[in-house]
Design a protein around this ligand. Structure first.
Ligand SMILES: Cc1ncc(COP(=O)(O)O)c(C=O)c1O
Length: 402
């Protein structure tokens, strides 16, 4: 009850203030919840069909849009539900992913964290150590699940680098061999590609090949955290199948650019994937129906490669043109994928730019406090004519340049 009263008071307060005064009254955290900023994705957003965002890896569908896409899919061919992951679009998506990665099998899991953790647990057998990139999601963002749930020890390598090289891996293996008396075994090596904590940097295919050959020779298994692997493929021209061929298991997210609400696919040999159902259940991750995620992911998977190829070409043209505008500098990252760095001249306010682009042109931009920010391209770029987007930027820049 108290919450409802507080919520009503807050709403009345915002209404009384009028939207234009709100940004000056709210702290920064609340600023990020304003319609033009990255954390807002409600149905109050402007025409979502034509929204272009330079924030996410995917479309960031609003709840209403999500329902509309599901309805549209259903009208074309009635959706079938799965039963604890068996049947319907979940089964179809698993078959698609097995084909795409060239692996024997693929399975749906509720999260990527679970997919990563179960992959390394199953690949590792009785070994206790796993070598992971120092800046990886597995090492830094999975709440020490390996250590606390699976009793594995993660050994990081490649500190302060976007990705580790073969030499780093060899040195880490040597260091373990030399400094530890009891041989408890190294089982698996993990690579993340593209790398989230390095603004989407792709690990060069040559590095992957070298590491893979070394691991094969030494009997280490390899797992790919490929949460956003299609983005790497689009920007490096290395197919998903080729990337996957260097790894025993591959995880791909269903909600980065496949636009589902959540979920993950883990692909690999039947010997590994067949053990997943039991493991997922033990962890409490077996969910009754998953079609609401897998139907959306399946829908956006179709034709994805072609659309992302188009994003690459369109982004190049867009960035070339935006760089001609006084006060804007967009640069790529070494071995980069869909994330660029946008730097604004000191007379341009990023907050003002983001606000006007959103309010006047339905274009969403990350509005940081400093003048350099990440600028991500994704499928939403294809929703409008690129010249229209370029003109919008030109008009707004002319208005706000001091
Ligand atoms: C590189 C990478 N791996 C794994 C994950 C984990 O995915 P989930 O949120 O489904 O657990 C993420 C999520 O952000 C990620 O970026």
């Amino acid at each position: 009850m108290k919450n409802t009263i507080e919520e009503n008071n807050r709403r009345n307060f915002l209404k009384k203030c009028g939207i234009s005064t709100v940004p000056f009254l709210l702290p920064t955290a609340a600023m990020h919840a304003m319609p033009w900023s990255e954390n807002n994705n409600t149905d109050t957003a402007k025409n979502a069909e034509t929204a272009v965002n330079f924030i996410y890896d995917g479309l960031e569908l609003s709840p209403r849009q999500y329902l509309e896409v599901l309805t549209d899919i259903d009208q074309r061919k009635p959706l079938e539900h799965d039963f604890y992951g068996n049947g319907g679009s979940t089964k179809q998506l698993e078959e698609e992913f097995a084909k795409l990665t060239g692996k024997e099998k693929a399975m749906y899991l509720p999260t990527g964290t679970m997919a990563n953790q179960l992959a390394i647990k199953l690949l590792n057998g009785n070994n206790t150590k796993v070598i992971v990139p120092d800046n990886s999601h597995v090492f830094r963002d999975e709440a020490d699940a390996s250590q606390s749930v699976h009793r594995l020890r993660l050994v990081p390598t490649g500190k302060d680098k976007p990705y580790f090289q073969l030499e780093d891996l060899k040195n880490t293996v040597k260091y373990i061999d030399k400094n530890e008396v009891f041989r408890s075994g190294l089982g698996t090596v993990v690579i993340e590609n593209p790398i989230r904590r390095a603004n989407g940097t792709a690990v060069p295919i040559e590095t992957i090949k070298e590491v893979s050959a070394y691991c094969k020779k030494n009997g280490f298994k390899m797992h790919l955290d490929g949460a956003r692997i299609h983005l790497a493929s689009a920007f490096t021209n290395v197919s998903l199948k080729e990337y996957a061929s260097y790894f025993d298991t591959v995880y791909v997210s269903l909600y980065k650019y496949l636009n589902a609400n959540g979920g993950a696919m883990l692909c690999g040999d039947a010997a590994v994937i067949d053990q997943l159902s039991h493991q997922i259940k033990i962890l409490g991750g077996t969910t009754f129906q998953n079609w609401n995620n897998t139907a959306i992911a399946l829908h956006y998977l179709e034709g994805l490669t072609e659309r992302l190829d188009q994003v690459v070409v369109t982004a190049k043209r867009l960035i070339d043109e935006l760089n001609k505008i006084d006060g804007i500098s967009i640069s790529s990252i070494d071995n980069g994928t869909n994330i660029y760095m946008l730097k604004l001249a000191t007379n341009i306010s990023s907050a003002e730019l983001a606000k006007k682009l959103y309010e006047e042109y339905n274009i969403r931009l990350r509005s940081g406090e400093n003048d350099t920010m990440r600028f991500a391209v994704n499928e939403s770029l294809l929703r409008r004519d690129v010249q229209e987007i370029i003109n919008a930027w030109k008009n707004v820049m002319n208005q706000i340049r001091k």
